[in-house]
Ligand binder design. Structure first.
Ligand code: ASP
Ligand code: MG
Length: 406
C-alpha cells in the first residue's frame, strides 16, 4: 500500500466536467490500493480574476486581505471535488490550509512554509478517506491566511508529500511532462523521461512554467520523487529525480526563457565598500527577488550596477532604489522592461568546456545582442531584447542538438 500525493493544476479543474474526471482518476488510484491525498489549484483563470478585483478595489490592496481573497479559488475546487467523490461513493474530506495547519511565515503573497502538521490528514487516511487539500495557501502564527506565490500549489503538494513521507508526488497539468524547451515556441521540442532535481530547478528558475522553483527545491531537499504528468492522458510523464550516471551524457538538456524580467541600472556609483549592501538590503527586506546582478569594473572609482527583478516588482523596486540613490551618491537609475532571459541548462556542462562560447556564437550569428550574462555550474543565461526571445530559443535548441529523435 502506497501513499500517493496527486496535484491537479488549474486547467485540470477548470470546470465541473474536468473535476469529475479528476474524481474518477482519484478513485482509480484508491481502488488500486493506495492512500490518496489530492492537492488542487483554483479553476484556470480564477486566481487572475480575484487579483484583478483586488486591484480594482484599491491601488495598493491591504496584503492580509489580499491573500485571504486570492486564496478562495482553491476553496471552491477542493470542496467541489470532495462533494463529487462522496457522491460517487468514495469517502472524501476537504481541508483548507489552516485546517491542515500548513504553517507559514508572514510574507503575504509569497509566504514560505515553516511546518506541515500531519495528524489530521493521517487520521482521515486511516479511516480510508481521500483527503483533498487546498493548494497555494497556509496560515501564519497569528492565524492570518497567507498565499505561497503564483503557482504555489506545486509547493503545497511537495511539502505535503515530504511531511507525510509519501511514496510519490504526481503533478498533473495540461502538459504531459518536461520538454527540452517550450513546445509552443519550438516545434522540435522533445519530452524528457527523466530530469535531475538540479536541472529542473534551474529550468524552473530560468522561466520554465512546469513547476514552481520552490517546489523543486523542496523535492530535492526531502528527496521526494516528483512525476510531471498530463491529467488528460495516461501516456508520457517526466520523472524528476536524483542524478544518475547515464544522465550525464547530454551537455545541454534544455533551453528556457523568461519574459518576466526587468532590468535596472544604477549609473555611476562610487566603487566603495557597502554600496551593494545599501542597494540590495532594502530590496530583500521588501521580499523582492533579485535575479541577475552585474557590476562593471570601475573607472575613476565609479561603476555601474545592473540587476534584474520580476516585472511585477518593478514599481516597488524603482521606488526603493530611488530612495537610496542619494545615499550611495549614484548619478541616476535606468529601467528597461523590454528584456527577456534565455538560458541553456545541463548537468553535463560541469565536465565540458566551450558551452557558453557556443551559446554566444549562436546568438551572435543571428545578430542578437547580449545585455547581461550569468552562469552557474549547470546554466548559462543571457538577457536579450524581448523581441528576440523565440528566435534565440529556437536557434539554441538547434545548436545544441535537442531536436526530436526521429
Ligand atoms: N491558483 C494559484 C495560482 O494561480 C496557485 C496555483 O495555480 O498553483 O497561482
Ligand atoms: Mg498552476
Amino acid at each position: 500500500m502506497s501513499l500517493v500525493v496527486q496535484k491537479y493544476g488549474g486547467t485540470s479543474v477548470a470546470n465541473i466536467d474536468k473535476i469529475a474526471s479528476v474524481a474518477r482518476k482519484v478513485i482509480r488510484t484508491r481502488e488500486a490500493g493506495n492512500d490518496v491525498v489530492v492537492v488542487l489549484s483554483a479553476m484556470a483563470g480564477e486566481t487572475d480574476r480575484l487579483i484583478n478585483m483586488a486591484q480594482k478595489a484599491a491601488d495598493e490592496p491591504d496584503a492580509r486581505e489580499y491573500d485571504s481573497l486570492i486564496s478562495t479559488g482553491e476553496q471552491v475546487t477542493v470542496t467541489l471535488l470532495a462533494i463529487m467523490l462522496n457522491g460517487m461513493g468514495c469517502p472524501a474530506k476537504s481541508f483548507l490550509g489552516f485546517q491542515v495547519r500548513v504553517l507559514t511565515d508572514q510574507a503575504f503573497k509569497k509566504a514560505r512554509i515553516l511546518q506541515v502538521e500531519t495528524t489530521a490528514i493521517r487520521d482521515e487516511l486511516k479511516k480510508g478517506t481521500v483527503v483533498v487539500v487546498a493548494g497555494f495557501q497556509g496560515v501564519d502564527r497569528e492565524n492570518n491566511v497567507t498565499t505561497l506565490g503564483r503557482g504555489g500549489s506545486d509547493t503545497s503538494a511537495v511539502a505535503l508529500a515530504a511531511a507525510l513521507k509519501a511514496d510519490v508526488c504526481d503533478i498533473y497539468s495540461d502538459v504531459d511532462g518536461v520538454y527540452t524547451t517550450d513546445p509552443n515556441i519550438c516545434s522540435r521540442a522533445r519530452r524528457m523521461d527523466r530530469i535531475t532535481y538540479d536541472e529542473m530547478l534551474e529550468m524552473a528558475r530560468a522561466g520554465a512554467k512546469v513547476l514552481q522553483p520552490r517546489a523543486v527545491e523542496l523535492a530535492k531537499k526531502y528527496n521526494v520523487p516528483v512525476y510531471v504528468k498530463s491529467s488528460f492522458t495516461d501516456e508520457g510523464g517526466t520523472l524528476v529525480t536524483k542524478e544518475e550516471r547515464d544522465m550525464e551524457k547530454e551537455v545541454v538538456s534544455g533551453v528556457t526563457y523568461d519574459r518576466d524580467q526587468a532590468k535596472i541600472t544604477v549609473v555611476h556609483v562610487p566603487d566603495r565598500p557597502g554600496v551593494a549592501a545599501r542597494l540590495f538590503t532594502p530590496l530583500s527586506e521588501h521580499n523582492i527577488v533579485v535575479d541577475m546582478i552585474i557590476q562593471n569594473a570601475s573607472i575613476d572609482g565609479h561603476t555601474d550596477l545592473t540587476f534584474t527583478v520580476s516585472r511585477k516588482d518593478i514599481s516597488e523596486a524603482t521606488r526603493i532604489i530611488s530612495e537610496v540613490l542619494k545615499d550611495v551618491d549614484a548619478e541616476k537609475m535606468e529601467v528597461d522592461d523590454n528584456v527577456a532571459k534565455v538560458s541553456i541548462i545541463g548537468v553535463g556542462m560541469i565536465s565540458h568546456s566551450g558551452v557558453a562560447a557556443k551559446m554566444f556564437a549562436t546568438l551572435a550569428k543571428e545578430g542578437i545582442n547580449i545585455m547581461m550574462i550569468s552562469t552557474s555550474e549547470i546554466k548559462v543565461s543571457c538577457v536579450v531584447e524581448a523581441k528576440y526571445t523565440e528566435l534565440a530559443v529556437t536557434v539554441l535548441h538547434d545548436a545544441f542538438g535537442l531536436e526530436k529523435e526521429s
